[in-house]
Ligand binder design. Structure first.
Ligand SMILES: [Zn+2]
Length: 274
């Protein structure tokens, strides 16, 4: 009952998910033993009517303290096996592989093609972009729909979910950084704006540039914002097109990667010591 996820509502039965112009019923069990579904509308091509919904978030879920982390190898790396569905074109497949490899450039996460590993991420083109939060055991679907999800930021976002991260604006301290305007949220979607009281923020600051931060109009019913930064309402949020330095730092902290990292962003170079 304490598990509350932004894009992932805690559920006891099947749940109607809206993505694009479709609805589907999904019913999953999470690694913490609860039933919920995590779905995202992650690209402007995945919209409700003409309302683009971008999901992003980023703090570690409490389940990461209870065993939904991926195990660490004796060499210090965290190997996460993956399988990519043959639904994708070669080009889409390359984009996905690039997204997987981006983690090895800046973290100790190593996505590797599945051989006989029991637990793995099973990348498929289903309806929409969605993932479980954390390792759930056996094959776990990461959906990257060919229609709107095969982009670097979305791939990283969904994989960060699979590694154990939630949306940034679910953080325990989010009310100091954003105001949630529930009156503008599509009725029935309010759970997407829950706060996780005991999120593991890993000593990192709230990050508007996190690839896990929702956009200003996420789940808006009326073209009015649903998330407004405070105190400065004009700060851009939810616009990341790749993992931010803070996103990377959190992965390194959550998985205790012992690397000194040189991270290049488009504006600055950062040296991160995790
Ligand atoms: Zn998400």
């Amino acid at each position: 009952p304490t598990l509350m996820l932004v894009c992932c509502s805690l559920l006891h039965s099947s749940y109607v998910v809206h993505y694009g112009f479709h609805e589907a019923k999904l019913n999953f069990i999470d690694p913490c033993g609860k039933t919920w579904v995590c779905k995202d509308e992650n690209d402007p091509k995945v919209m409700f009517g003409d309302i683009a919904v971008y999901t992003g978030l980023q703090s570690a879920d409490p389940c990461t303290a209870r065993g939904c982390l991926w195990p660490k190898s004796s060499d210090g790396n965290v190997y996460v096996a993956y399988r990519i569905s043959n639904q994708y074109s070669q080009r889409e497949r390359n984009t996905i592989v690039q997204g997987l490899r981006s983690f090895s450039r800046s973290t100790c996460i190593r996505f590797t093609p599945r051989r006989r590993q029991r637990d793995f991420v099973d990348i498929q083109s289903r309806s929409g972009c969605f993932s479980f939060v954390g390792r759930r055991g056996n094959g776990q679907v990461v959906s990257l729909s060919r229609r709107g999800c095969v982009f670097q930021s979305v791939i990283q976002h969904e994989l960060l979910h699979a590694l154990g991260f939630n949306h940034e604006q679910t953080r325990s301290d989010r009310d100091q950084h954003v105001r949630i305007l529930l009156q503008n949220v599509i009725r029935g979607q309010e759970h997407n704006f829950r706060r996780i009281r005991n999120s593991r923020n890993l000593g990192t600051p709230y990050d508007y540039n996190s690839v896990m931060h929702y956009g200003r109009f996420a789940f808006s019913s009326n073209r009015q914002p649903t998330i407004v930064p405070v105190p400065n309402p004009n700060v851009a949020i939810g616009r990341a097109n790749q993992m931010s330095p803070t996103d990377i730092l959190r992965v390194n902290r959550l998985y205790a990667c012992s690397t000194v990292l040189f991270v290049l962003s488009h504006k600055h170079s950062y040296v991160l010591v995790s």
